[in-house]
Design a protein around this ligand. Structure first.
Ligand SMILES: *Cc1c(COP(=O)(O)O)cnc(C)c1O
Length: 401
């Protein structure tokens, strides 16, 4: 691979999409698109039009005309382009954290004779906290899975903790620190052999790594829309429930609000869940929060995740080559093999906290993860090879000061 950033950018078939994002014409180096994606220019227009025309012009009629169905229709579009899921299984709403709570509680309720939830110690804090809280609330035990901090959940590791008591396995598709890309199809098979469900967190994989929820036979999934999906800070999350659990009525979530009820506008005396994925909803869906995600789904439909994954692999391979050449003093704290890695890489060194602070003051924005990791999140549609080169040069300079 050439290390000439200009040549790599010139040969990049997706390079032109970078201009669609706000701020890419400035010298700022953004290496944290896996935490908060840049906005699309289209979103600025869409939000303004929404206020003046849809909200301001249609007023309460907007609910009947478009808004009431948007959590499901947009969920279906996202599912088709980025989740490998057929229609009717995906809904948008709530935060990832709240959806995790609903899904974990539903999985536990569907397995009344089982008393353990499996989750790895390196999973994202909110995933661990929700599992721990539901276990306490429902009188279950958390089966903590220890993993290699530079890797993640493996089939061997999972097999060792599964058993007749396992109700649910909670796993991230791409580990938020190491970038480990879990083999979800194999993990799902193992969970099912043990009689358990699997809940996959797609926060760090959707729209950057191919996802095949239906083909992998996943039971439940969740993900946020503000990382590689560029929906904006606090944009609502998505939740997926496999058809088989919706059709057989084995899926019941605990926050039974009117928007997920069978007949919301009858205002009836008691809750009866809607049929299908609508039952995942609870209250009034956040319309403004979905607008940025709609724009990104438009773009994903045009580009396709496979092309994005190709550029993502090229970006992380390029970063790895520069790290090997220019940063001999750091530890590469992510998988070396791109087939085992998502869209970001982490490098570790005792000085990384101070290095990150210095870089931020100079408009170079990676992020820091405890205890000593600097994370380079390379969002493929908005990141150039030149940006990666400038970022690694800035890290090298800061480390040597
Ligand atoms: C970013 C992230 C979350 C975020 O949860 P929110 O409720 O959206 O704040 C959860 N899980 C994982 C794995 C994440 O990467």
């Amino acid at each position: 691979m050439t290390l000439d950033a200009a040549a790599l950018d010139a040969a990049d078939p997706l390079a032109a999409h970078r201009e669609a994002f706000v701020g890419t014409a400035t010298p700022l180096v953004y290496l944290d698109g896996n935490s908060l994606g840049r906005p699309l220019h289209a979103t600025a227009d869409r939000i303004a039009t929404f206020v003046t025309e849809e909200w301001g012009g249609r007023l309460i009629r907007g609910w009947d005309e478009r808004w009431f169905e948007l959590p499901i229709t947009l969920g279906d579009r996202l599912a088709a382009v980025a989740l490998g899921a057929a229609g009717g299984q995906t809904a948008i709403g709530d935060s990832t954290t709240v959806l995790l709570y609903k899904l974990v509680r539903a999985a536990v309720a569907a397995h009344p004779d089982r008393h353990e939830i499996v989750v790895d110690r390196d999973n994202f804090p909110t995933d661990r906290y929700i599992v721990d809280g539901v276990a306490r609330e429902c009188g279950l035990t958390v089966r903590w899975l220890d993993v290699d901090p530079d890797g993640g959940v493996t089939p061997e590791g999972l097999a060792a903790v599964l058993g007749p008591e396992t109700a649910l396995v909670v796993v991230s598709h791409v580990a938020y620190k190491s970038g480990w890309l879990a083999d979800i199809e194999t993990l799902t098979g193992l969970a099912h052999e043990a009689g358990a469900w699997i809940l996959v967190d797609l926060c760090h994989s959707s729209a950057v790594v191919p996802v095949e929820l239906d083909a992998w036979d996943v039971d439940l999934a969740v993900g946020c829309s503000y990382k590689y999906l560029n929906g904006g800070p606090g944009a609502p999350a998505f939740g997926y429930v496999a058809h088989r659990h919706l059709e057989t009525n084995t899926f019941a979530q605990p926050i039974q609000g009117w928007m997920g009820a069978a007949a919301p506008f009858e205002m009836g005396p008691a809750y009866a869940p809607a049929t299908g994925i609508r039952r995942l909803l609870s209250g009034t869906p956040p319309m403004v929060g979905m607008l940025g995600l709609e724009d990104m789904v438009d773009l994903l439909e045009a580009v396709g995740v496979p092309a994005i994954r190709s550029k993502s692999v090229a970006l992380t391979e390029y970063a790895a080559a520069l790290i090997d050449r220019d940063l001999p003093e750091v530890r590469f704290a992510s998988p070396r093999d791109p087939a085992e890695r998502g869209g970001h890489v982490t490098i570790a060194h005792p000085a990384m906290r101070a290095v990150t602070a210095e870089l931020w003051a100079h408009d170079v924005l990676p992020d820091f993860r405890e205890p000593d990791g600097l994370r380079l999140g390379l969002s493929p549609l908005s990141t150039s090879f030149a940006e990666v080169e400038a970022g690694i040069a800035a890290i090298a300079a800061a480390l040597r000061r």
